[in-house]
Design a protein around this ligand. Structure first.
Ligand code: KIV
Ligand code: ZN
Length: 557
């Protein structure tokens, strides 16, 4: 590959940078650019109705600043802004933002679009980068600075003419990442002076990574340098707007906040030009996962995903951080086992802090269902299957039986090559262990407890009579033992001639109600070294244990 065609981005000369030692302790001011930057990058832009649906979604998530379009550039965007204002769709605590190039006729049209709005941010931009100055505009530094000054002066005049104190200015030296730092500062100072920016009438200076050209730490250095050198820090809000060309837009925005930025622009699920805008869902939930209130409500991600998909016709990758369909799903056995143990430990802990292996946040906090965390395919371990049977069906397969069941599940998964759903796993457990009636069938079973008599030998305290079929031939027996299972084993061995012993046994109620059925699990062994597992379910636990034994006998190899 011809890497010599490219050159390294210059580092920032900044002594004693402080941002690497900072932590983010509060959410920045968020501004959604879904309806502008996001929309302009869509193969099929949103219609007015879709924009209204997206706007309402953004409001419901809690955005207080929403860039609603570039109304001077398209009739649809103009109509949409008018619809918001005329139909009074903008809540009192939400400010719309409108983008305009720093050109007179576009600025005037933008003011027409926002006429009647109580509050609005007019977002003025012109490109300041060396490359665009040279090859696109063919203008020198002074001429480019003059564009910013003229635009700012016009916004100021139109604001005064409108008599609307609710109009604020945002200025972006577009392609800031391709602009010399000292020159970006010079243009921004000229904008501040032209506006007369003060603490009371502050402006937003937005420093976009229009194209992400460097590692995120270099972007953070630029933001720290800018915050240090701006002449009246109290007269400006520093905003960042990062794109994802190198895949680190979120990191760049996070580092920029550590470096002093007050405000962050971005889009849901990172929609936007080329590789997208900074993903606000990810950055907000990153804060959330560190115990910081993100001031945005992503507690119903499935709904947000659905509206987003409908409006934008864009997909969300199944591995998308926090939001992808597969991100709360573990396929590998060791992950499943650790999650299952972590879930149990977490529920028992009093600390209230989330600590489950492999799950950075509780899926329920974002409206996802942790029941679907464990899915079973041929790579899954026994822990995952046991977890599903226990959480979904109340069946607590004992440890000594889990490897046998895992083998059965993996056999099916290998044959079919697909993942097994929880109900398929449950059905398989039943067909493997619970409903086995051939070649041996239990037709009748009567149990009597004679142990009320203290004189009676406890070894014979239970009497049992059974009618059975083996290979369709009926036989019956009566036997005594220290319990129903012992009596059954003795009677069956004596009459059938099939020798076996009980090696493991466990039982429990399925559920907590009074009439809950019981389940018994058994492992039997024969003198010649064969073993088999079985399970039985009945409202009578004694009968469940005998049914489990019959199932195991039917599974003897
Ligand atoms: O990416 C960018 O530079 C922009 C500007 C208009 C702020 O979207
Ligand atoms: Zn952008």
């Amino acid at each position: 590959m011809n890497f010599e065609k490219y050159s390294a981005y210059p580092p920032v000369e900044i002594a004693g940078r402080t941002w690497p030692d900072k932590t983010i302790t509060k959410a920045p001011v968020w501004c959604s650019v879904d309806l502008r930057d996001g929309n302009q990058a869509l193969p099929v832009p949103m219609s007015v109705d879709e924009k209204v649906a997206m706007f309402q979604l953004l409001v419901s998530v809690g955005f207080k600043e929403i860039e609603v379009g570039f109304p001077s550039a398209s009739a649809t965007e103009f109509a949409f802004v008018r619809r918001l204002i005329e139909k009074k769709l903008i809540p009192a605590d939400v400010t719309i933002q409108v983008l305009t190039q720093s050109r007179e006729h576009l600025i005037r049209k933008t003011f027409d679009a926002i006429s009647g709005a109580d509050n609005a941010i007019v977002h003025l931009y012109n490109s300041t980068s060396t490359l665009q100055r040279d090859v696109v505009f063919r203008k020198n530094r002074d001429e480019i600075r003059a564009i910013a000054i003229e635009g700012t002066a016009l916004v100021r005049r139109l604001k005064e003419k409108n008599g609307n104190p609710g109009i604020r200015l945002e200025y972006s030296p577009e392609s800031f990442t391709g602009t010399e730092l000292d020159y970006a500062l010079e243009v921004c100072h000229a904008v501040m002076d032209t506006w007369g920016a003060s603490e009371e009438d502050n402006i937003i200076l937005n420093l976009p990574s229009t194209v992400e050209m460097s590692q995120p730490n270099i972007y953070a250095d630029r933001i720290e340098w800018f915050c240090r050198n701006i002449k009246r820090r109290d007269a400006v809000l520093i905003s960042v707007h990062t794109h994802n060309d190198r895949g680190t837009a979120v990191a760049a925005a996070e580092f920029a906040v550590m470096a002093g930025a007050d405000r962050v622009e971005g889009a849901l699920f990172g929609n936007g030009e080329r590789c997208g805008n900074m993903d606000i869902v990810v950055m907000a939930l990153n804060l959330f996962s560190q115990g910081v209130d993100p001031k945005l409500d992503f507690s119903d991600l499935p709904r947000i995903r659905e509206v987003y998909r409908k409006c934008t016709r864009m997909d969300i990758h199944p591995r998308h951080p926090y939001a992808g369909e597969l991100v709360y799903t573990a396929f590998s056995g060791s992950h499943q086992d650790a999650i299952s143990k972590g879930m149990k430990a977490n529920f028992n802990s009093n600390g209230g802090l989330w600590a489950v292996p492999y799950l950075p946040i509780d899926p329920r906090d974002v409206g996802c269902n942790y029941e679907a965390i464990v899915r079973i395919n041929s790579q899954s371990g026994k822990g995952g299957m046991a977890y599903i049977l226990e959480t979904d069906y109340g069946i607590q397969v004992p440890k000594w039986m889990q490897p046998d069941f895992a083998e059965a599940v993996q056999g099916v998964a290998d044959r079919t090559g697909v993942e097994l759903s929880p109900s398929q796993i449950h059905d398989l457990f039943h067909s493997e262990y619970v409903t086995l009636k051939e070649p041996i069938l239990l037709k009748k079973c009567h149990i009597t407890w004679d142990d009320m008599d203290p004189e009676l030998n406890q070894e014979e305290a239970t009497s049992l009579s059974c009618v059975m079929l083996k290979d369709e031939k009926e036989f019956s027996f009566e036997a005594k033992g220290n319990g129903p299972l012992d009596a059954f084993a003795k009677g069956f061995v004596n009459t059938s001639g099939i020798e076996f012993s009980v090696e493991e046994y466990a039982e429990h109620a399925i559920g907590h109600s009074a009439g809950a059925p019981a389940i018994a699990y058994i492992k039997i062994g024969t003198a010649d070294g064969r073993i088999a597992f079985g399970a039985g379910i009945d409202s009578n636990i004694s009968l469940a244990s005998i049914k489990a034994t019959v199932s195991a006998l039917n599974r003897l190899p």
